[in-house]
Design a protein around this ligand. Structure first.
Ligand code: MRU
Length: 371
């Protein structure tokens, strides 16, 4: 997608020989577009942990590239030492953030590709490069297809409203910044906007890190999509007054039964949507399904981050990012990163293969090879 009129992905390699991966450092958005070099798996792990890059799909792509960097830097004196370094790199990456299932998925895919490449260590590094690129390309293409499938829902609502703007509420950032390109929740919105349908997006600010206010609002603005930032608790009120036609969120992990883990606060939006008979959709690529987990509330690991993210807030003042204290200094704070919306509150899942009910039956009908 475009930033300042130029096309970007969120992560890329300019040149196979440079041995450097580039990322947009999201901690500076929307104020500055900062591009950073990452040249080791340790740096990539830090970038994920510190949320220089974030979002389930992008974390997966970053893990893919991180494994490639590990393959470049692994010892070459013996195949065993090389493979030991690869496995250790996988563990380092997996330890960064627990909720987004894409991370472990990308690490496993890389390990399998590196293992099955020829014994020559150059060939293994090449396999890691090819796999990292494939994960990133697939992520972008799957998000584009999610946009095409989700577009049909927006078209139908627009038709029922005789072309009046379709009001869509979204939470957190499931936009292109959370993936390699397009995003998931935003992909149908971009597709609708590009086809000339009138859409307007209610953007939840998404405390504590404000991914909605900072990232989603920036993305939509860069693409010219009408939007309004709202405080996190406004959605229910808007729904009661007919000002929301549909909700679309992303997901960090979805069980094969359709329970959705997404940014903290998503569950409350789903409850309000249910109470007001408003469709609630979750958009995700298949890399976000957890094919092992049945009960999302019991089984999905929910990341808890540092209290400082709740107690302090960042903003732009006098040409720089400033951090200020928001709470009484001595008040403890808890920082749960995600919640789980049970499948019964989800109208449908928008995937790269089409839209399905949030149920084991619905999901497995789209992905029969996982039966
Ligand atoms: O903590 P983050 O910013 O990595 O949160 C993940 C998310 O971006 C959201 O939960 C999003 O809606 C999921 S879609 C990648």
């Amino acid at each position: 997608m475009k930033a300042n009129g130029q096309h970007y992905r969120t992560i890329w390699i300019n040149d196979r020989d440079s041995h450097v991966v580039q990322i947009i450092d999201q901690r500076y958005l929307p104020y500055q577009l900062v591009i950073e070099d990452v040249s080791s798996v340790e740096q990539m792990a830090r970038a994920i942990q510190e949320m220089r890059l974030r979002g389930a799909g992008l974390i997966g792509a970053a893990a893919g590239y991180g494994m490639y960097l590990a393959a470049l830097n692994a010892p070459r004196h013996s195949a065993e030492a090389f493979m030991r370094a690869i496995l250790a790199a996988g563990e380092t990456l997996k330890a960064t953030r627990p909720t987004a299932v894409n991370l472990g998925w990308a690490v496993r895919r890389q390990i399998a590709a590196i293992r099955s490449a020829e014994d020559d260590l150059e060939a293994k590094a090449q396999a890691a490069y090819d796999t990292a690129q494939a994960i990133a390309d697939e992520d972008a293409e799957f998000c584009r297809r999610i946009g095409e499938h989700g577009l049909a829902i927006i078209e139908e609502i627009s038709r029922l409203k005789n072309g009046a703007p379709v009001n869509i509420l979204t939470h957190c950032n499931a936009g292109w910044l959370a993936f390699v390109d397009y995003g998931t929740a935003t992909a149908p919105i971009y597709a609708a906007h590009d086809r000339g349908l009138k859409v307007h997006v209610w953007v939840d600010e998404t405390r504590p890190r404000n991914q909605g206010a900072r990232l989603t609002a920036w993305e939509l603005g860069q693409h010219g999509v009408p939007h309004t930032v709202i405080a996190d608790n406004v959605g229910g009120h808007l729904m009661q007054h007919g000002l929301v036609d549909m909700v679309i969120t992303g997901a960090d992990r979805v069980t094969y039964t359709g329970d959705v883990a997404n940014k903290i606060g998503t569950y409350l939006k789903a409850l309000a949507a249910h109470d007001n008979h408003i469709p609630f959709y979750t958009a995700l690529p298949s890399s976000t399904f957890d094919w092992e987990m049945r009960d999302g509330i019991k089984e999905i690991p929910v990341e808890q981050r540092g209290a400082a993210e709740v107690k302090y807030i960042d903003g732009w003042l006098d040409g720089e990012i400033k951090t200020i204290l928001l709470t009484p200094e001595g008040s403890p704070a808890a920082n749960y990163g995600f919640d789980v919306t049970p499948a019964r509150l989800v109208t449908g899942l928008i995937t790269e293969r089409g839209i399905c009910p949030a149920s084991a039956e619905g999901i497995l009908a789209l992905y029969p090879e996982k039966r």
